[in-house]
Ligand binder design. Structure first.
Ligand SMILES: Cc1ncc(COP(=O)(O)O)c(C=O)c1O
Length: 379
């Protein structure tokens, strides 16, 4: 199988990832932070180790400001619902994933939160547009760092500067960039950053996290056992424990540590360079097929290309690739209806191809050849 769906979850993983998961299950499958015996301590150390590696990769000074969640969606929900109050105003871009758009729409309906969605205006640029939308009650700006549909990267530094200038919190959805594009959160004007463990950080599914700047008054979204202050009925707000109630995914987090270790050893620039080399080959190959419609004028800044064939639906293309060519891609709306509205593909969706670090140029060539054959077969 040629796997070209890395924007959903990266696969395969570096070898050390499965080894670390196996080791956590077979050698120290105890409950971390819930007891003081050797095995519980070892599980705790595994989690602390991954937290420490992530702080190194993402430029976070204090590891307690890095909170683990099961995926980006949970991290984004915690960030949005733990910060926005009834009657507040929130600014989003029109490129947001449902993991942002839906919790915000929920608050809009339940808590009378006001929402502004921005469509890109090339004359103004993102930061100016954000600035013009700020109101007296604006509490939060949320933007993707990189689009999971168009592969575009947003100027988070400029947007963050606007947020700081106006005293508004800024949350970045780094689902498509964490582990692939260098991010040093404490050198950026960012208050919160949500990320998946299972995409470019090479961890297993069921892992993700949220960076929260120490000054952000975030309220825990989930209440429960933290292994600390058990005599109190009030949820502790200390980080990270107050935000990580319940038994964590120790094997997954141990595997995530091995994924981050792989990035630190390989070098994030080398990973990005390889994936972008594949992207350019992919872009060029698709551009040379007459029936292919691409949705960006230039090659994207992330290893993601969305396209359609003029003579056959995206769903059918993906199905033929899977069944006939053993190639995995994703068709449809990619949980990002707003983004497809921006591309005017909300009725038809698109085929998304996303190479990863373990793909080769041959994989890309075979994919291009398959698309050529499919478009000819339907001509
Ligand atoms: C931009 C973006 N945000 C959020 C998510 C949700 O990520 P997760 O599946 O880790 O919850 C995704 C997943 O594809 C994404 O691409």
């Amino acid at each position: 199988m040629i796997y070209l769906d890395n924007a959903a979850s990266t696969w395969p993983k570096p070898k050390g990832v499965a080894d670390a998961v196996k080791q956590a299950i077979e050698e120290y499958g105890a409950n971390p932070g819930r007891g003081n015996h050797q095995l519980a301590r070892r599980a705790n150390q595994a989690i602390a180790h991954t937290r420490q590696l992530l702080t190194q990769l993402l430029g976070i000074k204090d590891p307690s400001n890095l909170l683990f969640f099961a995926n980006t969606t949970q991290a984004l929900n915690q960030a949005i619902k733990g910060l926005v109050r009834p009657g507040d105003h929130v600014i989003l871009t029109g490129w947001e994933h449902n993991a942002v758009a839906r919790p915000v729409a929920f608050l809009q309906q339940k808590e009378k939160v006001q929402v502004t969605y921005l469509s890109y205006d090339a004359k103004l640029g993102w930061a100016k547009q954000v600035e013009q939308s700020i109101q007296e009650n604006t509490r939060l700006i949320v933007t993707i760092h990189g689009s999971n549909v168009s592969g575009e990267i947003l100027p988070i530094e400029e947007i963050g500067e606007v947020a700081r200038k106006h005293g508004v919190f800024y949350l970045v959805d780094a689902a498509q960039t964490a582990g692939l594009v260098p991010i040093h959160v404490e050198q950026l004007p960012i208050d919160l950053l949500a990320f998946p463990g299972h995409k470019s950080l090479f961890g297993p599914q069921g892992t993700g996290g949220l960076y929260v700047h120490e000054s952000v008054p975030l309220e825990p979204m989930i209440q429960g056992g933290t292994g600390s202050r058990s005599e109190e009925l009030q949820q502790p707000v200390e980080r990270p424990t107050g935000f990580e109630s319940g038994t964590p995914n120790t094997p997954g987090i141990a595997g995530l540590g091995a994924g981050v270790q792989f990035i630190l050893e390989t070098g994030i620039e080398k990973i990005y360079e390889h994936e972008m080399k594949l992207l350019y080959r992919l872009w060029e190959g698709l551009s040379n097929i007459r029936e292919v419609q691409l949705y960006t004028l230039e090659p994207p800044e992330l290893p993601i290309v969305s396209f359609n064939l003029s003579n056959v639906s995206g769903t059918e293309v993906a199905m033929i690739l899977d069944q006939h060519y053993q190639i995995a891609v994703r068709a449809g709306l990619h949980c990002a209806f707003l983004a497809h509205q921006q591309m005017k593909t909300e009725q038809i969706g698109a085929v998304r191809v996303s190479p990863g670090y373990f793909n080769t140029e041959t994989d890309i060539d075979q994919f291009i050849q398959a698309i050529r054959e499919i478009s000819q077969a339907f001509a």
